[in-house]
Design a protein around this ligand. Structure first.
Ligand code: PEP
Ligand code: MG
Length: 325
């Protein structure tokens, strides 16, 4: 089965009735990138840069980061590479960076909040990303955005970094696209305002589900309540897509839901064609895409968007999948 799937690596992802998708990889290392490319990923929709900071004794230097970002951009070639700035805190920690003890780490000192608090670190990372941007199709993305001010502050830091590079005479892509993760319910509710500030959104369903449903994504005891097909989540996804489309900015999905092939009808109905997922999910989602008629899938998705219960949507999508196989 796996070998058969691997034959699809170089096949274009499109539905039976010709709707094209771009399937990209979520990676956190060069090794994972190689796997994603092997499975035919059209770019990297989420580069989790945390790994660069982990398993070491101190922060990675500008040069160390630059080398990795450059390598990834070069390997990917013309397709986009979305580099997400550091997303530590929550469940991810660094040995050499003392984070405070927190009652609720996922609601605490995390991601963009740390970056905006520790501008030195943030500037170093941005500098490395900008320098690497001449070697490929790099975009920059900020995690865990919950307000317009955060985006503006991050962009102000970026402007300083650009000026500094200009002073040093170092080239970079002056049109580097900037995006944000939509993974906090507040960001969904102000998605129209946020869309005025950036070039693209990427929906992070892993955190969006946890924050929308108040269900810790790490807690086994309530794992059965962690439901990506909950109507509240589906509505949030739809609102986000609609805001992006109304503003004419890019929209993609990079949470685990994108790698669940049952979710495909939702994206076809919403008109989302950019999906990013773990390398292991790429071929099964592509296989699913090739065997799906978008017109049929949209009918099922409409039922899901009207459904009152997560179980009902999940059942519809699972049935639709089983029927196709
Ligand atoms: C997400 O939250 O959906 C996401 C893609 O980011 P991470 O899993 O790294 O938090
Ligand atoms: Mg997240």
């Amino acid at each position: 089965k796996r070998q058969q799937l691997e034959l699809l690596s170089s096949v274009e992802a499109q539905t039976r009735d010709g709707v094209k998708l771009r399937l990209a990889g979520n990676i956190s290392s060069v090794k994972e990138l190689d796997l994603a490319l092997k499975y035919g990923a059209e770019g990297v929709g989420l580069f989790r840069t945390e790994f660069l900071y982990m398993d070491r004794q101190s922060f990675p230097t500008e040069e160390e980061q630059y080398e990795v970002y450059k390598l990834v951009a070069e390997k990917v070639g013309e397709h986009p590479v979305v580099i997400r700035t550091l997303d530590i805190g929550g469940d991810k920690h660094l040995d050499y960076f003392q984070l405070p003890e927190e009652q609720n780490p996922f609601l605490g000192y995390r991601a963009i909040r740390i970056s905006l608090d520790r501008k030195d670190m943030f500037q170093t990372q941005m500098t490395a990303i900008l320098r690497a941007s001449v070697h490929g199709n790099i975009k920059m993305m900020f995690p865990m955005i919950s307000s317009v001010e955060e985006v503006r502050e991050a962009k102000a830091v970026l402007e300083e970094v650009k000026k500094d590079l200009d002073r040093r005479g170092i080239p970079y892509n002056r049109n580097l696209q900037i995006g944000i993760m939509i993974e906090v319910p507040a960001a969904v509710m102000i998605a129209d305002f946020l869309a005025e500030e950036v070039d693209f959104f990427s929906i992070g369903t892993n955190d969006l589900v946890q924050y929308a449903l108040a269900v810790d994504r790490m807690n086994e005891q309530i794992a059965h309540m962690y439901h990506p097909y909950h109507p509240a989540v589906l509505r949030m996804i739809r609102m986000t897509v609609e805001a992006a489309k109304a503003a004419g900015i890019g929209i993609s999905v990079c949470g685990e839901l994108a790698g669940d092939e049952r979710s495909l009808p939702l994206w076809l109905e919403l008109g989302v064609s950019d999906l990013s997922m773990s390398p292991q999910a790429l071929l099964k989602v592509k296989h699913r895409t090739l065997n799906t008629a978008a017109s049929e899938a949209r009918r099922i998705a409409k039922l899901c968007f009207r459904s009152r219960a997560a179980e009902e949507s999940e059942r519809q999508l699972t049935q639709f999948l089983d029927k196709a196989i």
